[in-house]
Design a protein. Sequence first.
Length: 550
Amino acid sequence: MNLSDGWRRLRSASYQTALYRATLRGHVPAGLICEPHDPWPGDPAVADAMFQGRFRFAGREARAPNQPPWRLRADDAAWMRGLHRFDWLRDFAASGGDMAREHARRLVRSWIDLCGDYEPLIWAPEVIGRRLLNWLGQAGFLLPGADPAFTQAFLESIAMQWRHLLRVRDSAEPGLPALEALLGATYGALVLPNEAGRVARLLAELERLLARQVHADGGYITRSPSDQLQVLRDLLALGDALTLAGEAMPGWLPGQQERLAGMLRALRHGDGGLALFNGGYEETAEAVQETLARLAGSAGKILHSGGDSGYQRLAAAQSLVLFDAGVPPAGAVGRHAHAGTGAFEFSVGRHRLVSNCGSGLGRSDDWQGAMWRTAAQSAASIGDRDSAERQLDGGFRRQPEKLRCRRHEDESGAVWLEFAHDGFRARTGFTLHRRLYLDGSGIDLRGEDSLHANGDGRGASPRNGDERSELVLRFHLHPEVQASPVQGGSAVLLKVGGSGGWRFRVGGGSVTVEESVYLGLRGVTRRAEQIVVRAPAVDGATVKWAFRQA
């Protein structure tokens, strides 16, 4: 145990003392200065399941009919965070009616009674921050008609959680947790009496944090499209809350909203959902659209080349290629990222053809351990190696260090990329090169993958029978795509909904169609297939492939 671990444990122990709890007590507000409105719709079906005692978070369900759920699955951190964040309050609000309101109140009151003392997970800065955002965002749903005892307990708990959050917000992990903690602190200052003087300081702190977290091209630091959506939603809701509280809109906020929206548009497929990079989900087309619609007054420009974030968008007619030309973030920020450098997704109209496998976030350790691997991305690898290596406690310790990406376009609308990275060099001696070309009609996508040694002789020839010395290309297909080998197995015919047929052809490697899996939807596992191309990993090895509309 190092000094920082020891200090964290000592500090956590001090938070559990009666003396520390006494320091959180103070003036109980008679009411809130304003009641920020959560602008995002919920799902009544989720509220109905919870009303029946079925609590589903992180892809796992626990049952507690007619009793509070707070002690269920106590050893399941992801499930517990999902429950204690209270995102599901908007689902009860979406249900509407007195019965839904009363049940939501009972759950909130039982949390106050049973979870009001400090516990490390449920009082973590980001969990408190998100819980305060949800409690305050649904105050207009919970408080009307409530008995005075509930209202007082609710307001007292908000004040106590906020005071603790002010003290610990700096200890939140970098990335989204740090942002959630700071947003919760800012909302508390907006709505609690006599705290208006803190608002400007917290907004300035938020400006500095976002300057570090949002790249100049609008990409969020975690490189997750789902996080991109969440952060934009949070900043749009913050703008609403500031207006409601009578606070001036800080000059930096609209600019950050526009930058985030530009990258979000870039990461959308034709079906309206998001690409599956770095732990992200499809999300729903409705959720993405209603978020972007809040910025309807903007030009709605779509970013095609994200030099800071590392994403490239190739579009022609109805065809769209989204390409990851970046590296997973290092350290804790990249805890849920994927070793997907050089991966791509391909869609035609509203149909996805080639995809990554999706997110293991919130699932078992086995799923999480599989989904971040390069083999779960539509990318090239050398055998079973990954283009980046994870640390035992999450995050990446070794990533590609040298990347080169050049983009070309011509008057016909054709677009091509020339890309290279050295993620496998330290272990094999090879640099991997990938070229992509999408013609102006959108009916022809071509690629070329090749290996180049660095002159030190390592990896110049494969060891007999050693699969790790193979150049392996994987093209994970969306579950709606049907793949059939043709021409004696040298090509694959793909049937994709209303977009007709596509033919995959390859030169320089052997082709197989194998099983795959699709985890692009939250809590859903679907069978899928993948096209796998293998060739000997030797200096100068080159595999050419193409998807052409049949």
